[in-house]
Design a protein around this ligand. Structure first.
Ligand code: KIV
Length: 261
């Protein structure tokens, strides 16, 4: 898929699929799938580096991961996440971050929040770079939001999210991630926008879905939010394979003659 095909996908009711990816070897797997686009999300701080939030992510760290993904999946549409505060200091610094993410191999950038980001988004888009918005639960504001909670359950907050969605569309965003919002609100936003909505924890009435790759592969047995369907018990499968290798080394079964020079 190309960025220019996003709007058509919505018009034709073709659901868009997106997964996160942070490294070369999983990018090579995704490169061979039907998934439409890859998000190198700032969630890599948590998934790959063990932080408890996405706040520690830097532009440098994002770029290292984008470069690895771009090498593994050179024909996939890659979206690079703008990390914490990288688009909130000055237009110069925003554009430096965009430049580095794009030169690392992104085809578009994503940033969190609506109000206050309009001018930056307009400038990025006018500079020839596509922007995906992200509202609802915005993990970079996790401390201000008071935790991972569904956003927009009350009427006032729902109306603010609808307003923000329209602001982002008017500013030139080519798509919008809706994270952890009630299904009826996601439906309303999806119907009112001409750009596609991509949901995570936003129900089934959006134009596409995004999941963290390690979540859908079941790599963390303790992580089971309501919105997540695990398509594999990756933790147990990988653990069993590693244990089998260890047992075979200890028993002398590996390496066998077949694996020896
Ligand atoms: O960083 C990320 O993985 C994200 C998705 C959850 C949308 O922003």
């Amino acid at each position: 898929m190309k960025i220019t095909e996003l709007k058509n996908a919505k018009l034709r009711n073709n659901k868009i699929t997106m997964v996160t990816c942070y490294d070369f070897w999983s990018a090579k797997i995704i490169a061979n799938t039907q998934v439409d686009m890859i998000l190198v999300g700032d969630s890599l701080a948590m998934v790959m580096h063990g932080y408890t939030t996405t706040v520690p992510t830097t532009v440098e760290l994002m770029c290292l991961h984008v470069q690895a993904v771009a090498k593994g999946a050179p024909h996939k549409l890659i979206v690079g996440d703008m990390p914490f505060l990288s688009y909130r200091k000055s237009l110069d610094q925003t554009m430096l971050a965009v430049e580095r993410l794009m030169q690392s191999g992104s085809h578009a950038v994503k940033l969190e929040g609506g109000l206050g980001n309009e001018e930056a988004i307009k400038h990025i888009v006018q500079s020839g770079v596509s922007v995906i918005g992200h509202i609802g639960l915005t993990p970079q504001s996790i401390h201000q939001l008071g935790g991972h909670k569904v956003q927009g359950s009350e009427d006032a907050k729902a109306n603010t999210l609808l307003t923000e969605a329209k602001i982002l569309e008017d500013a030139g965003c080519c798509a919008l991630v809706l994270e952890c919002v009630p299904e009826n609100l996601a439906d309303r936003i999806t119907q009112e926008l001409s750009i596609p909505t991509i949901g995570i924890g936003a129900g089934n009435k959006v134009d596409g879905q995004v999941l963290v790759l390690q979540d859908l592969l079941g790599m963390d047995p303790e992580f089971q939010p309501k919105f997540l369907r695990k398509y594999l018990n990756g933790f147990d499968l990988l653990k069993e394979a590693i244990d089998q290798y260890s047992a075979e080394v200890k028993s002398g079964a590996f390496p066998s003659a077949q694996h020896s020079y």
